[in-house]
Design a protein around this ligand. Structure first.
Ligand SMILES: C[S@@+](CC[C@H](N)C(=O)[O-])C[C@H]1O[C@@H](n2cnc3c(N)ncnc32)[C@H](O)[C@@H]1O
Length: 198
């Protein structure tokens, strides 16, 4: 894949990275898309060995996956996103970034086989069902019932994963992570937590 000429600080400065997104999506970046430094730190933990396969549950415009893939070119990053327009923006971002170790999938995460992934990245994606301010848009249904359904689904999928599975949560609620997962590192100033299934 051929990349366009990007500014030298593209992966270092959030304002520069975000400037390539359409206005509406750039303006909500601080709330909805993972900052570059957080993505890099999370990916360092999620891709401990070459060949690691990582899933971002709710990949939005692709900021986490693309940044992670740039810094860890020997691992594979998949992002699943329910909104088709965001999925398309992520594909465009991938094209201009020139990373080829990323795959974006447009569906609900419940339609995906989560067993094939070594590690999971989760930026509190289901909270949009509970918090009715600063929503991305009104293109999907929101309800507390959906929040519970998705959270329980992810809980069961995580619980079924083998010992050694790595998980990073950014924001989110600890009680929704199965007790088999232990926090091994965290940055409390930024609500970033690294977990391993013991
Ligand atoms: C907080 S944003 C995070 C975006 C991206 N992971 C990042 O860090 O930059 C959460 C995303 O999850 C998506 N999402 C929410 N529920 C989903 C579901 N059930 N299946 C797939 N995507 C979902 C939303 O559409 C939104 O784009």
């Amino acid at each position: 894949m051929k990349s366009i000429l990007l500014p030298s600080n593209y992966y270092l400065n959030d304002t520069v990275f975000d400037s390539f997104f359409p206005d509406k999506l750039r303006k909500i970046s601080k709330i909805h898309w993972t900052p570059l430094a957080i993505s890099k730190k999370a990916a360092l933990f999620l891709a401990p060995t070459p060949g690691s396969k990582i899933l971002d549950i709710g990949s939005g415009v692709g900021k986490f996956c693309i940044t992670a893939a740039h810094f860890f070119p020997d691992s594979e990053f998949h992002g699943v996103e329910q909104r088709e327009d965001l999925h398309n923006v992520a594909l465009q971002a991938q094209q201009r970034s020139g990373v080829n170790n990323v795959q974006f999938i447009n569906c609900n995460f419940t339609q995906l086989n989560l067993d094939i992934y070594d590690s999971i990245y989760f930026y509190n994606s289901f909270a949009e069902n509970l918090i009715n301010v600063a929503r991305i848009d009104e293109s999907v249904d929101y309800s507390p019932g959906l929040y519970t359904y998705y959270s329980n689904y992810l809980f069961r999928a995580l619980d079924n994963k083998p010992v050694g599975t790595r998980l990073v949560t950014y924001h989110g609620y600890d009680h929704e992570i199965p007790t088999g997962y232990k926090i091994v590192d965290q940055d409390e100033r930024k609500p970033l937590k690294m977990w391993i299934r013991k």
